[in-house]
Design a protein around this ligand. Structure first.
Ligand SMILES: *Cc1c(COP(=O)(O)O)cnc(C)c1O
Length: 390
């Protein structure tokens, strides 16, 4: 397929497009099916064409899509309550439309807190090497990958990069207000942070009344088996950001925080954020996922998925070093990074969608509701690809 002449050439697109999907399978225009271990980069938590979600979208579309936040929005209120209850945290929500916006909101909130809660203002936010927090000017600067900053200076000041959590702790000084991190780095190699180190960081920050911001844009919404991976880590962040899986394909982001009184009227906002369509959909998606998780099926299926990946590590020790990540967010680490594109392209030809992360990692982000049957089909196709490779 040719690059479209009306679109800016920002994406390195694969030579393929889809026309429809069902559950965890996508179809191209020739009706060829693809098992989806990518879920639109962690977005399509319920896969495709979920009947209950379609009904909600239809019903809401017939009534009202958008009114703006000048007025009360019932689904937004219900959705906030649901998200807060699922998190188990004593927090309030702000709705926006993407992960970057959610992180931008977190940064603004931390800045206001730093400028108002202390005698001498604090503003620095420490982030971790290989992180990914978004593509707006501030969230790009928060992303500690300096090669991505090259053409876009000058940036807002106040972002400090640490190689790891230990270094983040050591970099905290009088002008630091927050540390922001992903508990599993999505774009940066499916690297999972150490639970004890994260808890130590949490303790140090709490003692100094500084903020722990957890970017759960990719790890959130049951990808770890829990609603938030923060719950799995047993931590209580001050700010959590969510987006990707929240509404299974309708754009939405959330910044939730225990700092309920820092933002006041006019400090922040969004035109589209939290509108009827996105929050009604999100509400339904979360209701379905909660039920699914409560049934025990999610954890069983994650175990099945996990065992399958472990099987590949054992069967192909010459190809793979190890597996990274947790739950339905995992990566197989290749010994030879040159094989990455070949595996992804051969998988595609064989009817399987997988992603990359970092330079040498095959990333798996299936829909949360993927069935055992679909997993078996997908992994069989993956095995055929590997057999042809060695
Ligand atoms: C995808 C992602 C973002 C950015 O989200 P957008 O919706 O693309 O703005 C931010 N943080 C993490 C961890 C992500 O995975």
């Amino acid at each position: 397929m040719k690059e479209n002449s009306y679109l800016l050439p920002l994406y390195k697109r694969l030579d393929l497009g889809f026309v429809k999907g069902k559950k965890s399978v996508l179809f191209d225009e020739n009706e060829k099916d693809y098992i989806d271990f990518a879920s639109g980069v962690g977005v399509n938590s319920l896969g495709y064409a979920n009947k209950k979600v379609l009904k909600t979208i239809n019903k809401q579309a017939k009534r009202v899509l958008h009114t703006s936040n000048i007025y009360h929005i019932k689904p937004q209120e219900k959705c906030a309550k649901r998200i807060v209850n699922l998190s188990g945290f004593d927090m309030k929500c702000f709705f926006c439309n993407s992960g970057a916006e959610a992180n931008e909101s977190a940064i603004k909130l931390a800045r206001k807190y730093g400028n108002t809660a202390f005698e001498t203002p604090k503003y620095k936010i420490i982030t971790i090497k290989n992180s990914f927090h978004g593509r707006t000017i501030a969230t790009l600067k928060a992303t500690a990958q300096e090669d991505k900053h090259k053409y876009f200076a000058p940036f807002p000041e106040g972002f400090v990069y640490a190689n790891d959590i230990k270094e983040a702790i050591s970099l905290i000084d009088d002008s630091t207000v927050a540390v922001m991190l992903e508990l599993i780095q999505g774009e940066g190699g499916i690297f999972m942070q150490d639970v004890l180190l994260v808890k130590e960081l949490e303790k140090v920050l709490k003692e100094k009344k500084l903020l722990l911001i957890i970017d759960e844009v990719q790890t959130g919404v049951y990808r770890s088996g829990e609603f938030l991976i923060s719950q799995h880590f047993g931590i209580k962040p001050d700010i959590v950001t969510l987006a990707k899986g929240l509404a299974s394909g309708i754009p939405i982001g959330v910044m939730m925080t225990s700092l309920k009184d820092v933002f006041t009227f006019g400090d922040h906002g969004s035109t589209f954020g939290g509108n009827f369509l996105s929050t009604a959909t999100c509400n339904k998606v979360l209701k379905i996922l909660e039920k699914y998780s409560d049934s025990g099926k999610l954890k069983q299926n994650i175990k099945f998925f996990d065992d399958y990946l472990a099987f590949f590590i054992n069967k192909y020790p010459n190809l793979f070093l190890q597996k990274n990540g947790f739950g339905f967010m995992q990566g197989l680490v290749l010994k030879d990074e040159k094989k990455l594109n070949e595996i992804i392209n051969s998988s595609l030809k064989n009817g399987l969608l997988v992603l990359k992360s970092g330079k040498n990692i095959i990333r798996f982000l299936p829909p949360i509701i993927i069935s055992k049957k679909e997993m078996i089909k997908g992994f069989n196709r993956f095995e055929e690809v590997l057999e042809n490779l060695i």
